[in-house]
Ligand binder design. Structure first.
Ligand SMILES: [Zn+2]
Length: 63
């Protein structure tokens, strides 16, 4: 196992303003550092990801 896999095991903490390791609950994840709920992407990344999906969807529907 590489250290890159370890990097992927992080989620965005809004309170710490950075990607942090997290504790997994049933349907939520929590920052190991401050205990706040973490999310998979930061807001900025989520927006970028959404745009990317939108682009792909457009490309996919044109038959
Ligand atoms: Zn945190």
């Amino acid at each position: 196992m590489s250290t890159q896999d370890y990097e992927n095991d992080k989620k965005w903490c809004e309170k710490c303003k950075r990607y942090q390791r997290y504790l997994m609950s049933v349907d939520r994840s929590y920052c190991v550092d401050c205990g706040s709920e973490v999310r998979l992407f930061s807001k900025e990344d989520a927006v970028a990801f959404g745009r990317d999906l939108e682009k792909r969807r457009w490309r996919g529907t044109g038959s």
